[in-house]
Design a protein around this ligand. Structure first.
Ligand SMILES: [Zn+2]
Length: 304
């Protein structure tokens, strides 16, 4: 048996919300130096204000809303809130919070391939200082996505999916790919399928996201690597069972991905798409996967 699905528990698009039961103590810790000196004197009223904002954040599902703007609060307080994030960075007093948030995703939820080594503020702290260390606003993503991603703005057409709050259907295949086999080259073009199962706002976010993060060009090398690993199995099956065997192999692989990573993981789109690609399944895979035809079956000359 071949074994392809090395990636398990991969998270793409969304995940469980982090633990937010410790937010007050995290806030107090972040406002205090290691030896106990206060960076900023937080009053009970300040703490209550922060908690109210956190509550509103959850209420509005982390989406930009006038009620989440905090610009009217005291400048000193907002500066102190913004600075708390330093403690969430490596070596900071809340480094363990950072560690647990990063563990929330095995792979970057935006691209599905990068190592989530950094935290992104879903609502940017340049505007929403009050959510500087709010776990629900801190999304683990990879450095590449973080560098490309512009802070989520106010334009509804330019927002990213919220890792913790957006509800994506797990039974509707929205992350799809068009596959073309031209000469010896396989071309993949990911796109978002629209459907009644997909909320229109989410659809727009997904379309924006794959374009903004340049997923089509970035995933190319991963597809190549993935298919190269699968190539010998495809070849073996084809040489013993023909096109039907390849279709079966790819279908069962796709089902396996579906079980572990969901139907909207990029590998599912690729493998499922290839299982339906007649030309690919019928020997068209040799050249794009750089496989040598091991056995040249030559028809004996008609000598009778
Ligand atoms: Zn990424």
């Amino acid at each position: 048996m071949y074994c392809l699905n090395f990636i398990t528990l991969t998270v793409m698009w969304i995940a469980e919300k982090p633990n937010t039961t410790e937010v007050v103590s995290q806030l107090k810790t972040a406002m205090t130096y290691k030896k106990g000196k206060l960076k900023y004197l937080l009053t009970d009223d300040d703490i209550q204000v922060v908690q109210e904002f956190y509550k509103d954040y959850d209420y509005f599902n982390g989406q930009w809303h006038p009620q989440l703007r905090c610009g009217h609060l005291k400048t000193g307080f907002l500066d102190a809130m913004k600075n708390t994030y330093k403690e969430v960075q490596n070596g900071g007093r809340l480094a363990s919070l950072r560690g647990s948030l990063l563990l929330g995703a095995e792979f970057c939820p935006f691209c599905g391939v990068g190592d989530p080594k950094t935290l992104d503020h879903y609502l940017p702290i340049s505007v929403f200082q009050i959510f500087s260390i709010y776990p629900n606003n801190l999304v683990p993503i990879c450095n590449t996505c973080n560098n490309i991603k512009r802070a989520s703005g106010e334009n509804v057409d330019e927002r990213f999916v919220h890792f913790y709050f957006d509800l994506l259907p797990d039974n509707f295949h929205f992350f799809d790919v068009t596959i073309k086999l031209i000469g010896s080259s396989l071309q993949f073009e990911f796109f978002i399928r629209n459907g009644k199962e997909l909320d229109n706002d989410i659809y727009k976010k997904l379309v924006f996201q794959i374009d903004k993060l340049e997923l089509n060009s970035r995933l190319r090398k991963y597809i190549t690597k993935y298919l190269n690993a699968l190539g010998p199995s495809i070849q073996t099956v084809y040489e013993s069972s023909g096109k039907v065997g390849v279709e079966k192999l790819l279908t069962s692989t796709a089902n396996n991905i579906k079980k572990h990573d969901g139907i909207n993981h990029w590998t599912y789109a690729v493998i499922f798409g290839l299982s339906k690609h007649q030309q690919f399944c019928d020997g068209g895979f040799y050249d794009p996967l750089a496989l040598d035809r091991l056995v040249q079956i030559t028809q004996p000359d008609k000598l009778v």
